[in-house]
Design a protein around this ligand. Sequence first.
Ligand SMILES: Nc1ncnc2c1ncn2[C@@H]1O[C@H](COP(=O)(O)OP(=O)(O)OP(=O)(O)O)[C@@H](O)[C@H]1O
Ligand SMILES: [Mg+2]
Length: 339
Amino acid sequence: MSLITVNELSKIYQVRNRKKSQKHSGIINSFKQFVSLHGKYQCITAVNNISFTIDSGDTVGFLGPNGAGKSTVVKMLSGILVPTSGSLEVNGLIPHRDRMNHALNIGVVFGQKTTLWWDLPLSDSFDLLQVIYEITPQEYRTTMKWLVDILELEPILDRPVRQLSLGQRIRAEIAAALLHRPPVLFLDEPTIGLDIAVKQRIRAALRELNQEWGVTILLTTHDLRDIEEICQKLIVIDKGQMIYNGSLANFREQFCENRVIRVAFKDLHSANKLAQELPPEVMHMEQNGIWVSLYYDHTKTSAADIASHVMNKYTLMDLVIEEPSIEKTVAELYRGEVR
Ligand SMILES: Nc1ncnc2c1ncn2[C@@H]1O[C@H](COP(=O)(O)OP(=O)(O)OP(=O)(O)O)[C@@H](O)[C@H]1O
Ligand SMILES: [Mg+2]
């Protein structure tokens, strides 16, 4: 049975129209615009009839362009928002109906918000969470040790949260979300604004948490490297509707037709020669000194065929077969060029 089941889920926000006054100008006008509510409602369909399931231990990348409805789904899964229609269940509970018990089942990290106590030293925030979640002292010690280790928190435990850098704070947020050992972790843009070294540390920690603890992960991000390095499954939504739901491997297989092999020659002469007489299946090439990148359509030929074609004629120094990046395809998907 699935750990998370989402069935024909929709969310419509109702927002009040604010009508502009034509008579006044300047600050008064702005103020009038701000306060004049005309009681007319506008409906915004943020999530439109989506269904999916997530199994225990899955790592799911949740993608979509700005305004697609991702955060709205994460908020409904977390029990913060009530769906307009449809149903959802997380670990046997309906999030918005059974919020207290549901909170014990999930960890949530919103990259742009903090759940920690701003003025308290980080370790005091953790101590408070121990009390809130009624974690036994022994369990607390074991879990803390693990999290401090994985997320490298030791040097910042005594620092007040307000003094932490963004990267330090996000690592602390992830620890806080997992202190009660929930089976599920929802992350909404956890790597936003982080430098590449911190991103890599967080990705490694999330992989470890999934592999060692079996934590199920649903990750929203605009950094596709996060998805490529952490997730095995992918859900893509656009304008509140599902446009892809499947494995990352399938996504590559189905949509990313272009692959690349990079070959390095002993001398520039051979590299130039290959550039002039490309194997027939190669669609396009780029040369950078002794390195030549050969782009091919994987539905028409294979890396092995191209490699053997080149190696029959030339002596190579190096050969690299690259996994296709999903970035180009995801951009095409957002533009509606592939569906
Ligand atoms: N509280 C709200 N009231 C009214 N409309 C909202 C509210 N929150 C979100 N929306 C609207 O719902 C739609 C989906 O927003 P949501 O924040 O879920 O998108 P998102 O996929 O998370 O986008 P982003 O990648 O920019 O974070 C947008 O059109 C947004 O303007
Ligand atoms: Mg969002």
